[in-house]
Design a protein around this ligand. Structure first.
Ligand SMILES: [Zn+2]
Length: 281
C-alpha cells in the first residue's frame, strides 16, 4: 500500500464555532461518547473562501500562495495534499466546488471537460465538481448534500481513494442569505448534521480516518473575510486513532495540510512549515 492510512476531509463552508457546538448533535454525540475529538481552529487572513481553500491544501498563507480574493484565481504553485499523495503513489478524490480543481489541477475550469474526470496520473485522480454558476442571495445553486456525500462514498467504494475531500457551500450560502442566528439556519445545520451522520459510520467501517471542519466562520450578519472570532473560528472534529493536543488548544489552519500528510504517511514538503497537530496514538 503506497500510503499508511486513508483519510477523508469534509469541509462544510462557512460555519462558525458556536453553531458547530450547539447545532451538530450527531458530531457532538460522538465527541461525548469518546469516538471523536473536537478542537477550535482559526482561519487564515483574509478569512475568504478561496483564500482559505488554497491555504487548507497547501499549508501556506494567502500572502504566499497569492489567492487573495474569490475573484482572482489561478493554479497555485506550491505543493499541496493532492500533489504529494499522488507523488507517493496514492489515489486522491475530490467532490467539491470547481475552485478546488482550478487551484490544484488546472485553470480555468472547463465546464464539460472538467465537470468530472478520472486521471490516474493525478494530482486529482477522481474529480467530481460543481460550479454554482448563477449563485446569488435568493438562489443558492448548491447540490443536495446527500448527493455529495453519496458521490464521495462512491469514489471510496469504486475507486479505493486513499485521500478524499468533500466541500459543500450549502451552509455558507444560507449564512449569506439569513445570517447565523435564526430558525432557517438552526434547521439547515440540523439537516446537514443528519445527512452527514448517515454516511460517516460507513466511511469509518471502510477504514478511513475522518476530519469534519469548515474553511472559516461567519457572523450573524452573514459575513466573513476579516479578523474576528466569529469570522475566523470553527470546529474541527477528528475520527481516528491518532492522539492530539489538549482540548483547549487553538489550532492554526496552516497545520491542516501537514497533519493530513503525516497521517497518510506521506512526506511533508518544506513549504508546509506548520507543526502537525495529530501524532501516532
Ligand atoms: Zn467559504
Amino acid at each position: 500500500m503506497p500510503v499508511s492510512s486513508k483519510l477523508l476531509l469534509i469541509i462544510l463552508d462557512g460555519v462558525p464555532w458556536r453553531n458547530w457546538r450547539r447545532l451538530f448533535g450527531n458530531l457532538e454525540g460522538w465527541v461525548q461518547s469518546g469516538e471523536a475529538r473536537v478542537w477550535k481552529m482559526r482561519a487564515v487572513l483574509p478569512s475568504m473562501s478561496a483564500c482559505c481553500y488554497a491555504s487548507i491544501h497547501t499549508g501556506v498563507p494567502p500572502q504566499v500562495h497569492g489567492i487573495l480574493s474569490n475573484e482572482v484565481r489561478f493554479r497555485v504553485a506550491q505543493p499541496d495534499i493532492f500533489s504529494e499523495v499522488t507523488k507517493a503513489g496514492g489515489k486522491t478524490g475530490a467532490v467539491t466546488h470547481s475552485y478546488w480543481s482550478e487551484f490544484f489541477n488546472r485553470h480555468p475550469f472547463d465546464f464539460v471537460g472538467d465537470i468530472e474526470y478520472d486521471e490516474p496520473g493525478g494530482p486529482i485522480s477522481h474529480g467530481r465538481f460543481h460550479t454554482m454558476t448563477g449563485y446569488g442571495h435568493d438562489n443558492q445553486m448548491t447540490p443536495s448534500d446527500a448527493d455529495l456525500f453519496a458521490t464521495l462514498s462512491m469514489l471510496a467504494a469504486r475507486h479505493g481513494i486513499d485521500y478524499g475531500i468533500l466541500h459543500t457551500c450549502t451552509l455558507d450560502s444560507m449564512g449569506h442569505r439569513f445570517g447565523h442566528d435564526n430558525t432557517p439556519m438552526d434547521h439547515a445545520c440540523a439537516v446537514m448534521d443528519g445527512m452527514l451522520a448517515a454516511f460517516l459510520p460507513r466511511w469509518l467501517d471502510a477504514g478511513y480516518e475522518v476530519i469534519v471542519t469548515a474553511d472559516h466562520g461567519q457572523t450573524d450578519r452573514g459575513h466573513h473575510g476579516g479578523r474576528e472570532d466569529l469570522q475566523q473560528d470553527f470546529a474541527l472534529y477528528y475520527f481516528g486513532p491518532a492522539a492530539g493536543p489538549d482540548d483547549d488548544m487553538l489550532l492554526d489552519q496552516l497545520q491542516l495540510a501537514p497533519t493530513i500528510l503525516t497521517r497518510l504517511g506521506v512526506p511533508v514538503p518544506e513549504t508546509m512549515s506548520a507543526r502537525p497537530f495529530l501524532r501516532a496514538g
